[in-house]
Design a binder for this molecule. Structure first.
Ligand code: XMP
Ligand code: MG
Length: 182
């Protein structure tokens, strides 16, 4: 039984992802030339994008990882909605932080996380997301670098999961409805 059989439609193909990541890496390399770049991956969803993006960046940079949990909820503008489960290993002071995300959805997670990271005296904090679902946005936040806009559908693959599965799909797709109904 292959996980590919569970996919209804492919939204972003492996080839499209590859081309876009190369483009993003080249742009980031240009923009951060001479800076103190640290790529901050938000686990687990961004792990695949992070692994590809860091190899598309041609300037020296460091990497770090963070696990956060978003409480969601209706009161989306108040701070403190994000809990740090695993913090960064490194100090951010003087660093140019680029947050690497799988998808910017409501924006609640990052709109809370960005101010928390800015309190650590970095030189700058920006966002790079491979997917963007602008129709669902609740918080006033936009990515500085983005790959593809996706419609308001639950997507899996390229790091994104359904019930912890499908992260290893090499493309981004939508599951067949019967998978959710199981
Ligand atoms: P917010 O809403 O705070 O959330 O921007 C971003 C996080 O929510 C997860 N997310 C998804 N995960 N398919 C997924 O597998 C989706 O369609 C989806 N939309 C949001 C994701 O972890 C993201 O970092
Ligand atoms: Mg995520």
């Amino acid at each position: 039984m292959s996980m590919h059989d569970d996919i209804k439609t492919v939204l972003v193909s492996e080839e499209e992802l590859k081309a876009k990541v190369a483009q993003l890496g080249a742009q980031i390399s240009k923009d951060y030339e001479g800076k103190n770049l640290v790529l901050v991956s938000i686990l687990k969803g961004s792990v695949v994008f992070m692994a590809d993006l860091m190899r598309a960046v041609s300037i020296p940079c460091s990497i770090d990882f963070m696990v956060v949990s978003s409480y969601g909820g209706s009161n989306t503008t108040t701070s403190g909605l994000v809990k740090i489960i695993k913090d960064l290993d490194g100090d951010l002071s003087g660093k140019d932080v680029l947050i690497v995300e799988d998808i910017l959805d409501t924006g609640v997670t990052l709109s809370n996380l960005v101010p928390m990271l800015k309190m650590r005296n970095p030189n700058s904090v920006k966002i790079c997301t491979i997917l963007d679902k602008p129709s669902r946005r609740k918080a006033a936040i936009q990515p500085d670098y983005e790959g593809f806009q996706v419609p308001d559908e639950f997507v899996v693959g390229y790091g994104l999961d359904y019930d912890e599965k499908y992260r290893n799909l090499p493309y981004v797709g939508v599951l067949k409805p019967e998978i959710y109904e199981k």
